[in-house]
Design a protein around this ligand. Structure first.
Ligand code: PRP
Length: 212
């Protein structure tokens, strides 16, 4: 049995399309069932649904043989011990700095002001602002980052931007693009040895289906 860890949300639908392209259908709809283990059209492949930030942990400790996870999560929570053979080029977005409309970010940076930045990506934000030489106080949030500049909790946020609609709807503007993000395939190194033939075949099939 091969176990693939996926998270619901941003990555799930595009990951299913990719599996479809290699002839694998998921037999249950996680939106209508409460099941956390989903069977597929391949008797030897099952999907486990976990939180995005738990995918690396499941794969690292062998709770899943492989998983699909955003580069943002890998950078933030670590990728130790994970084999990362493929950029799947799905769930593309970027991590950016955004501020309230009217907040002069460039001037604040120029003047060397200390900025308060709210984010779920504390490690990524810390590294980015340190490299820029900007002093920041980081506030860790777990969601709805957009609210922070609107309520006075922070001057800026560091968050994922895809279409930009969420920023626009909340009167925020993107002022720096930190990095481009896409989902990666991660594989448990021991599983790759123990289940070498089926895992290699699956990885190769997925690689062939990835859009250039
Ligand atoms: C992300 C991010 C923004 C939104 C941006 O949230 O936190 O809220 O997507 O997308 P847009 O530019 O297309 O509007 P996500 O949906 O991944 O859920 P999250 O809040 O759990 O991170």
């Amino acid at each position: 049995m091969i176990t693939l860890a996926l998270s619901k949300g941003r990555i799930f639908d595009e990951a299913l399309s990719l599996l479809g392209a290699v002839g694998i259908q998921v037999l249950e709809d996680p939106d209508t069932s409460r099941k956390l283990i989903l069977s597929t059209s391949r008797a030897d492949l099952r999907i486990v649904l976990v939180r995005a930030s738990d995918v690396p942990t499941y794969v690292q400790y062998g709770g899943a043989d492989l998983g699909v996870v955003g580069k943002d999560t890998l950078l933030e929570t670590g990728d130790a011990g994970l084999y990362q053979p493929l950029d799947l080029k799905i769930a593309k977005c970027r991590i950016s700095v955004a501020v309230r409309e009217g907040f002069d970010y460039a001037a604040a940076v120029r003047q060397g002001s200390r900025l308060t930045v709210a984010t779920k990506y504390v490690a990524i934000a810390r590294e980015f602002f340190a490299a820029k030489g900007v002093h920041v106080d980081l506030i860790k949030l777990y969601g709805s980052m957009e609210l922070a500049p609107l309520t006075g909790l922070a001057d800026a946020i560091v968050d994922l931007v895809s279409t930009g609609n969420t920023l626009k709807a909340n009167h925020l503007v993107e002022v720096e693009r930190i990095m481009d993000i896409s989902a990666r395939l991660v594989v448990n190194q021991a599983a790759l040895k123990l289940k070498q033939a089926p895992l290699r075949a699956l990885i190769n099939a997925i690689a062939a289906a990835v859009k250039i």
